[in-house]
Ligand binder design. Sequence first.
Ligand SMILES: O=C(O)CCC(=O)C(=O)O
Ligand SMILES: [Fe+2]
Length: 217
Amino acid sequence: MGIIDSNILQKVEKYTQLLWPQGNPSFCKTIQSYSEQLSKLDQTIRRMIVESLGVEKYMDEHMNSTNYRLRLIKYKEPQSNETKTGLHAHTDKNIVTILYQNQVKGLEILTKDGQWINVDPTPDTFTIMIGDSLHAWTNGRIHAPFHRVMMKGNEARYSIGLFTIPKAGYMIKAPKELVDEEHPLLYMPFSHLEFITFSYTEEGMKCESALKTYCGV
Ligand SMILES: O=C(O)CCC(=O)C(=O)O
Ligand SMILES: [Fe+2]
């Protein structure tokens, strides 16, 4: 289930009507309040990234270039001793993803030296993932990791992801201050929507990095 603009109550109410035509105020309030609070965490993280790269002059442009989408996901228990893939290995295509989950393990991240490691968050932990669009905007300074969900055992896994997404029409382009001889431009400017569309094509799905294939220099 995916809710666009989940930090805006009217948008959540409109979506909720599809599931509960008579309305569900408690669901709406919970979703909106969760999204609003985590959007502040997202903004803190992005401000820290922009500052740490010394490109504060792009702060407003960057902060105003995004929307939020909330996704609620259920991974069924395999009900056998075999490990089953819940979600194939991928990089997120957006800016930042903030994940929260129940206490059923399954999320794995590929380290830069090629090892799959388990993510095992405590109930008071969020997992923050950088997506391809922020990786490209920082001209590769920040890594967007491959991750996947592997299910075993007999309990379902639930996760909730808040995805920060570039607004339609916004062109993702690394600030010129992040491009120099030591750091040549890695990706041509691109539209997130067009990149997503490419990533779902046969070519986009079979290449190792949809981002590199789509707009790599
Ligand atoms: O369920 C999770 O923990 C990961 C979800 C995820 O990677 C995604 O939706 O892109
Ligand atoms: Fe993901």
